[in-house]
Design a protein around this ligand. Structure first.
Ligand code: BJ8
Length: 382
């Protein structure tokens, strides 16, 4: 990636990465490099990487194939689940087509049941995840990580050694540190970037298969943003934290509404942001599977019960990023985040004493006007 370009062009280049990576994925397939597709932040990507496989994200972020999915799935299901199933069914996403193995995980009920259906026409392995973050949960995750490793070994005829896993842990930790350092630039007041700039980079980097090269690009981009910092660009804007479900293509709709109405998104507490990279895997734990289990089980997703880590993380982010207001965006029919929003609202308003707004949306743009009006009114009263 050419970092001599202007910053907006570099941000766009990251966001175009997904499309570009279709060609890279094809080239990898031609060379016989295995491809493993996954959906969730709980998936230990270090394991496919340890055997030299290419790991791709299959969470579908546009609504294009939802009508096809609705022929098999209920209409009142989360759009992320419908879109993911739709892309697999229609083979419209090259990553589904190229994936030698698709890995699901038992997080929310809708996804669990969708994987059963997906397994009827794709090669699917499902990790049975714990629902609690205690020692039993860690032990279950550890066993499931080993079962996943054994599935990879069996399917691809390889042996995955602990040293290979350790190496993959280090490589991924290095990238997590770089991503964190990048988005932590938003702690500056005023922040150097807009919410879509951060989103383009965080989303695009997931489609860079050469992890060390992508990490170096992020580090260079961080330095460039710092060098070219213009405090006037977002001066006087209200600092907003977005939390809730992963919102895919709705990000633009929501971020634009915020930034056209006097706000600026400085932080994402969701799986496109802090939730997925906040913690590192312990590189010194002699048991690599225990190290993976400890880190992954701790991810504060609403599918965990209870889920105390989410308010702990959010409290820290609210303080560090000097947040003026929290906007929780929940995808339609995402019951876990929907129910948990009660706790989040109380935490934000009563413990952190800042305004909170809840909105439900889907992958369509039909509610863009309504989102804009509600967000405008919220920011005005901050
Ligand atoms: S770790 S947030 S990526 S489960 S599919 S829960 S939106 S109803 S995606 Fe997720 Fe892993 Fe958690 Fe992150 Fe709701 Fe839809 Fe379920 Fe969803």
């Amino acid at each position: 990636m050419e970092l001599v370009k202007e910053l907006p062009a570099i941000f766009d280049e990251f966001s175009e990465q997904r499309k570009k990576s279709f060609i890279t994925a094809y080239e990898f397939k031609q060379k016989g490099i295995p491809m493993v597709g996954g959906f969730c932040t709980y998936l230990p990507k270090e394991l496919p990487m340890a055997m030299g496989a290419c790991m791709v994200g299959l969470c579908s972020k546009t609504g294009e194939t939802i009508p096809d999915a609705e022929k098999d799935l209920p209409r009142n299901l989360c759009p992320l689940i419908k879109a993911s199933y739709g892309f697999a069914k229609t083979d419209k996403c090259p990553f589904f087509y190229f994936s030698d193995l698709i890995v699901g995980e038992t997080t929310c009920d809708g996804k669990k049941k969708m994987y059963e259906m997906l397994g009827e026409f794709k090669n699917v392995h499902v990790m049975q995840l714990p629902q609690t973050q205690n020692e039993d949960g860690v032990e279950l995750y550890r066993r499931e990580a080993i079962r996943f490793k054994e599935k990879l070994e069996e399917q691809f005829g390889v042996t995955i050694t602990d040293d290979q896993v350790r190496e993959a842990i280090k490589t991924n930790n290095e990238q997590r540190r770089a991503i964190k350092a990048f988005y932590e630039l938003q702690k500056m007041d005023p922040p150097p970037m807009g919410g879509m700039d951060i989103h383009k980079v965080l989303d695009g980097v997931q489609f860079r298969f050469d992890i060390p090269a992508a990490t170096e690009d992020i580090k260079a981009l961080t330095e460039k943003v710092l060098r070219e910092y213009d405090p006037k660009k977002f001066e006087g804007r209200k600092r907003i934290l977005i939390t809730g479900s992963p919102i895919g293509c709705s990000t633009e709709k929501v971020v634009n509404a915020i930034e056209q109405n006097g706000g600026v998104v400085v932080c994402y507490e969701n799986c496109g942001g802090a939730r997925s990279v906040d913690e590192l895997v312990d590189e010194n734990d002699p048991d690599v599977y225990h190290a993976l289990a400890k880190r992954y089980v701790n991810i504060p997703c609403s599918c965990m019960s209870p889920n105390p880590g989410r308010t702990e993380l959010m409290g820290r982010l609210i303080d560090e990023y000097k947040i003026d207001g929290v906007i929780e965006v929940v995808l339609q029919a995402c019951h876990t985040f929907n129910v948990e929003s009660y706790k989040i609202k109380n935490f934000v308003q009563q413990e952190k004493h800042i305004p909170y707004m809840y909105m439900e949306t889907d992958y369509s743009s039909t509610d863009a006007g309504q989102v804009n009006t509600r967000v405008g009114a919220f920011i005005e009263m901050l």
